[in-house]
Every structure is written in C-alpha cells, then in structure tokens.
Design a protein around this ligand. Structure first.
Ligand SMILES: Cc1ncc(COP(=O)(O)O)c(C=O)c1O
Length: 478
C-alpha cells in the first residue's frame, strides 16, 4: 500500500504524544476519566451510524433520542431539550430565530459571541446593544447590569427579546434573577447563552444557571464537561417561545446526517453529571482554588477570585475558570501563553494582552495544577503594563443593518484610509473581545486611533488583516 500522507493526523499525533498539560477545551482533556468514555472510544466506528430503524431520528425523534433528550430536560428543569451537533453556535441562531422576524429588535450585550452576528444576518433581526461594565485593572469588560437592561428597554420598547451571556469568557455572570424580572414584566423573552456554564446547575458554589430564569438557554457541555467537541444542547421552558418555530430553526442549522458519536457523547455527559455532577464540579472547584491560592502566593501574577464579586458589573463569578492577570507584573498575556506552551508544554485556553485564561475541569489533576504553578513561578516581575481600556464612550453610528452589510459587496482598504466608510466585517479587538464596530457601522477617526494604538501595543483585531487592511462596503452600491 502506498504510504499515507495525512498532515492533520500527523499534527494530532504529535500533540497527543507530547503529554501536554491541557487547560483548554474540551473539558475531558483527552482523558477517559469515567468508564463509559472508554466504551465510547472502543466503539467509535461501530457506533458511527445513521438513522436506521431502532436508532431514531434527531429531526423527528420518537425513540432513544427522544428519551435521552427527555432525561436531559428533566435534569436541567426544562420543558424540552434538544441535542445539537453543530455547537452552541447553532443553538444561539435557533433561539434568536425563534423570537425574531426580519426587522424585529433584539437587545443584545455588545459582548456576545460571534454566533449572534450569524443569527442577525440570517434572521434580519435588528440589534439594540447594551454595553457591559468594565474593570480597568483587569483590562476587560465585565457584565451587563439590570439597570442597563432596564434603561435600554425603556429607550427601545419594541424589543422582542433580550439575549445575554452567562458566564463571559472570564467567568463573569450577570444578575439573571433581577434581569429576568425586568424582561418578563414587560412580556419580553429572555435568551441566555450559557455555552460556558453547563456545569452551573450542579453545585451551589457555582453561579446560578439560566435554567431558573430564561425562556431558552444553550450550553456547550464539551467546554466544561466530557462530551465531544461540537456537541451542545439547547433548553426551552414556558410559553413565551414559539416551540414550533424553534424546532424549524433547529432543522435549518442542523445537518441531515447528525453524528451518533456526538449524540452518544451528549447522552454520556448528561448521565455522568446526573450521577456525579455535584462531586465532579466540587473537584474542579477544589483544583481551581488550589491553583488560585498558589498562584497568588508563589508567583508574580494575580489569579482573579471571589474578591471581584459584587464590583464593576460582576454579579457572580465561575471560580472553576482561572483568569490570571499578568500585565501588572509586566507581561502580556500572549507572551506568557506562548512561553508556557513552548517551554513548559502547558496549554492555556486563551490569552489577551493582559491576562491568560485556564479552563479547569474535573478531568484535570493536582499534578496539572502543580506544573502550572511551578511554571508561572519562574516568571519574575518586570515593569507594569498599562491596562487602560481605550474605548469610545458613545455607541457607533449604524448606517445599515448587519444583514445588509453582509449582502453588499465590499472592498479592502488600509485602516488609515477607511475613515467615514461603513465596515463590512465586525472589528473585534482582543482585548477586550467586544466589537469596536459591527457590520454596517461607520468608521470614525477615534476608531482608527484606537485600533492603531491597540495593534501597535501587541493586541489583535478580528476583521483587520495582518497587513492592516479591513473590509468596507462599496458605497456606490447601497
Ligand atoms: C459564550 C459563547 N457562546 C457560544 C459559543 C459557541 O459555542 P460552540 O463552539 O459550541 O459552537 C462559545 C464558544 O466559545 C462561547 O464562548
């Protein structure tokens, strides 16, 4: 047989052999910590099937998929739950699609995941933005307050639904109880992106799950539990959401060949958490606490903890996520992330200019934490890096809706020549990971200055090429 040439397999093999310390997704960390995961692995090809008799149909479930989804709904206190094989992203699109017709207004946090933009483009819904608070010391935006939601709703009374994220990438949670009272008292729908919080329901030391408050919420158990990458689930409760419309949208964003391996991994993740969720989340919290206190004791860095709760828009915090501020010790997050990876074989989840983020689940071990703390302890304090969040106070001017911007032809221009033009792609600088401009908004001088400063100081911006070009609308067309 001819020698096989498989670049991706080669790369995966190389990573798999490295015995890396994994603080990135997925939550299983490449380990078979529970017996049933071994069974899934052993049957990978055997169970990779299609909708044959006896195995049900995700699009019209009436057998084992239906029963598995019913168990899931019971566990999370939902009326109905749905397996997703195209990530929480597809659930975000379906939730918004269920509530919004073209031109309907949706109130969204400016710090939403990019799948919200896909939903806006697909549905033609009109975004009304609410800004989260910020923490200048950490150099990040935090969460949306109930006051900000109430204020935005009073200014935009036609809003149909409010879309929030619980938690943010940093682990910050909003006051969902107060927000749901505001939203529901005005007969509007509350949608929550809980992609990063599927474990919340299992431990009172974790923030409260959206399940107690939202009309629909989506979760990615591959992030903080043991299901396979790309699997997710969606829950719905109460009468405010048109369930038939939700199901139609789910069909719209779901392949006609859903993977039984992904669905099996969802059933497995649900079952593991149902049996042992409390103990497993307690284990993750214990490991994260160990990391946090040792980082604060033995390294030059600051691991963010409970002390930020109740301040600057942070109503609650998921302490199984580990956010380490490195800028106060003179490092960029990018620098530390790279050194950890290259020198210590430790993989963080993510880094921004000021911070590095580590996802800790029950599949991590004490030895992972020990390696991380020892590696971080080798960094000596340098001068402080300024964390100022250089962001305009006023919301940009929206010339056209995101959907219109998507369908209008564009051209690439150098950043410095783009003033006054309408952006075609979202411009999302990291940090703070909040769109500076959404598609259809107008570029002003201050946006160019902000981007220029940010890129020069080592930050990155989605929507700006390495050569400093961005895509704008060809205006003779609109
Ligand atoms: C807050 C949030 N929402 C949605 C998503 C999308 O989830 P998925 O990757 O499962 O599609 C992510 C992914 O990181 C996320 O962080």
């Amino acid at each position: 047989m001819k020698e096989l040439d498989m670049p991706l397999i080669e790369a995966l093999k190389k990573y798999g052999l490295k015995d890396s310390t994994r603080f990135h997704m997925p939550g299983h960390k490449g380990k078979k910590s529970v017996h049933i995961i071994e069974e899934l692995e052993a049957n990978l090809f055997n169970w990779d099937v299609t909708e044959i008799p006896g195995l049900d149909d995700l699009h019209e479930p009436s057998g084992p998929i239906k029963w598995a989804q019913e168990k899931l709904a019971r566990l999370y206190g939902a009326d109905s739950s749905f397996f997703l094989v195209n990530g929480a992203s597809s659930g975000v699109i379906a939730m918004i699609g269920a509530c919004a017709q073209p031109s309907d207004e949706i109130l969204i946090s400016r710090a939403s995941h990019k799948s919200v933009l896909s939903a806006l483009i697909l549905t033609g819904a009109k975004p009304v933005y609410v800004m989260p608070e910020k923490d200048e010391n950490l150099g990040v935006y935090t969460q949306v307050t109930p006051e900000a939601v109430a204020n935005a709703l009073s200014q935009s009374p036609k809003v149909k639904a409010v879309f929030l994220t619980n938690p943010t990438y940093e682990g910050f949670c909003p006051d969902l109880e107060s927000i749901s009272e505001i939203v529901h008292s005005q007969n509007k729908v509350l949608l929550v992106d809980e992609a990063q919080g599927p474990h919340f329901a299992f431990n009172p030391s974790l923030p409260r799950s959206a399940g107690g408050f939202a009309d629909s919420w989506v979760q990615s158990p591959h992030k903080m539990m043991t299901s396979l990458t790309q699997s997710a689930w969606l829950h719905v409760k109460g009468e405010r959401i048109d369930k038939r419309r939700l199901k139609s949208f789910l069909k719209f964003v779901t392949t006609t060949s859903p993977s039984y391996i992904l669905m099996a991994s969802l059933d497995m993740a649900r079952s593991i958490m149902e049996a042992e969720g409390r103990a497993l989340t307690a284990r993750a919290l214990e490991l994260a606490d160990m990391a946090r206190s040792n980082i604060n004791k033995f390294t030059a860095f600051y691991a963010v903890g409970r002390e930020v709760q109740g301040k600057k828009g942070i109503y609650d915090i998921d302490l199984s996520r580990l956010m380490v501020n490195v800028s106060a010790a003179g490092y960029t997050g990018y620098e530390v992330e790279k050194l950890l990876r290259e020198k210590f074989n430790i993989y963080a989840e993510y880094a921004d200019l000021y911070n590095v983020y580590f996802l800790i689940t029950f599949s991590n071990t004490e030895s992972d934490i020990d390696r991380l703390v020892k590696a971080l302890a080798t960094f000596k304090t340098k001068g402080k890096i300024s964390n100022s969040i250089i962001w305009p106070d006023k919301m940009p001017n929206a010339a056209i809706e995101p959907r219109c911007a998507f369908y209008t032809p564009g051209e690439y221009l150098p950043l410095e020549k783009s003033m006054g033009r309408i952006v075609k792609d979202a411009l999302v600088p990291y940090p703070p990971g909040i769109p500076l401009l959404m598609p259809g908004e107008v570029i002003e001088r201050e946006h160019i200055e902000i981007l220029d400063r940010l890129l020069k100081s080592g930050g990155r911006c989605h929507g700006v090429t390495d050569e400093g070009f961005l895509q704008v609308i060809i205006e003779t067309i609109i």
